[in-house]
Ligand binder design. Sequence first.
Ligand code: GLN
Ligand code: ZN
Length: 761
Amino acid sequence: MTVSANLGFPRMGLKRELKRVLEAFWRGKATEENLQEIAKELRLRHWTMQKEAGIDIIPSNDFSFYDHILDMSTMVGAVPARYGHSGGDVSFETYFAMARGLQKDDKDIVAMEMTKWFDTNYHYIVPEFDAGQSFSLSSTKVIDEYIESKEAGFDTRPVLVGPVTYLLLGKMRSGGGEVLDLLPNLLPVYEEVLEKLKNVGASSVQIDEPCLVLDQSSKALASFTSAYKTLGDIDGLNITVATYFGALRDNLDVALNLNVQAIHVDLVRAAEQLDDVLAALPDDKALSVGIVDGRNIWKTDITKALATAQRAVDALGSDRVIVAPSCSLLHTPVDLDDETELDSEVKNWMAFAKQKLNEVVLLKEALNGNKDEAVYAENEKAIESRKTSLRIHNQSVKDRVADIDEVTITRKSSFEQRIQAQHETLNLPLLPTTTIGSFPQIPELRKIRAKFKKGGLPREEYNSYLEKMIDEAMVFQEEIGIDVPVHGEYERNDMVEYFGEKLDGFVFSKNGWVQSYGSRCVKPPIIFGDVFRPKAMTVRWSAYAQSKTDKPVKGMLTGPVTILQWSFIRDDQPREITCKQIALAIRDEVLDLEKANIRVIQIDEPAVREGLPLRRDDWADYLKWAVESFRVSSAGVQDGTQIHTHMCYCEFNDIMESIAALDADVISIETSRSAMEVLDAFIDFKYPNEIGPGVYDIHSPRIPSVEEMEKLLNKALEVLDPGQIWVNPDCGLKTRGWEETKPALANMVQAAKNIRGRLAS
Ligand code: GLN
Ligand code: ZN
């Protein structure tokens, strides 16, 4: 018999209960007991849901108060010295200090670094190691949660992040050495945990090693093999090593020959690996087939998925096959049934975590000879309706994408010619000053926007409120002497959602939250159909701002790659096509801005880097269409119209060529936190166009002084041509207050003026 498994369930709760209690706890408004109580209730609720869906193998320890990698760090006692942990169980206070930093009494301890979990929008806390450090069991969470599940009547399969992936995701802090050198010190803790789990009754564990889908050194591959030689020898404990987010490719042999009982493979992201896996899987191993997409919100084509799973069953026998989602369902919202306001046609094409579990079970049942024909027929109808719906398919959009050619993506003249035309039209001083677009979103604005969105405020009143805000922003920018002012982005609460709401082909869920980090959740827009722009989206606001000044106002748009990257995307066409459709919509907006006499237009692309594929071999293809998409958006303008782009939280070194290929006239980048080190990439590459290295770190309320910013600019001047440099903050100011924004920007303008004076003399 084939069984069904789940690899992980969203933690937050349908109503984001965990978020609420966590934030209350941090504010001192909830106790540790409140926190434990809600957590316990959520775990029980989620185990029950999975059992009721008919899942045979239900995970435990997939729950986390903040992050599952941080949980591993506490499990193995990898607590950096600055938190003053003196052994024993890691306390809640230490745990949250590691996640969020701690300012209490005379203590001021910074948090651990956070970064993206593979190519998802989930962020994990990066483990920090010292050379030769030792590990010891410092949290029994995984054991406690197993016992808790058992007492509640569920014999769960505990989940751990595997030792090699855990180390590879971490960083050596001091004294050099390689993270993998720590493996011998780390393994005894894993052995101890596995022994303990076995002793309290666990019969199987899931150990996640997603790093097996990345490019790996031979040393790393040898580490995988040796780790499981040790861990796999615990009698009576069945280990499944889970891989996901891609194909095993050149790591396939190592993965399939680990000393464990089963391997999980992702057949959604990497359907093509099935034949190779089936051919190479040793006879004594079972295969967990990930055939329901854990990364998206679309209904599975269960007839097609069944055929895939059947191939595994035919090759291996039904006892050796387990049916599962492709990865943990952490990356999907909880329950589609809760979406009562969603367009019913589109809703019929979708599945959230709960619905995906039903699909897994339907597949398992069919493999075991109990195919529910009626449900399969219904699914087929939904899949068919999505394939052909006119809501999705817009021939003129498809034609337009097909017609994109060199002319579409190439500016009329070279940068040298354009910049001359721009200098003539814009008439800017040396080291022109500007901002990245947004100004503080004060509580009043948020309140008024929420009221308007709920229908409690007439559109005219809302618009005049926004105009009043813009008036104030324009007066302020005039006063301090910003050379290229912005309108302030008051009409948007989010740089992707705002555009999604104005474009055809997007829908929004009411409760489709997914965890981004800690208690922070995002509700990604859902791109379901061909994207196009029925009418102008921002022109009104930029034009209004322009009517208030003689200086050139900068129009503000979000770029196609960033809109793509921060949405749930279609699974029925390549990312490239969806991206180019968005790019055409942005192009139309760019041209409308130009027509409205906006001479400077910024297209933000902070997400370009995070869209990079997990494997180096796939980078070139992605970068090609990502660059083309940006150029589709931007290249239609006249020479005298200046295109800016903006990027942040990004290492540039290895993608410099592509950044230059965007051919933006000006790029602003985040640099102030790393004291302009980021600039090195631009200098080494001899970046030809204009650059605005951020001189004001907007992530903190600190007000940088004139001297401080002058210093940064002087640094930039050492390596860049003065005619090449712009002066701006690191990023948008929407999360800041005016109290600090006003003096900081005034200082920034003064710093630019001082340097101009010096250069002139
Ligand atoms: N224009 C956006 C803003 O100013 C850019 C935000 C970003 O880079 N993430 O808010
Ligand atoms: Zn930014």
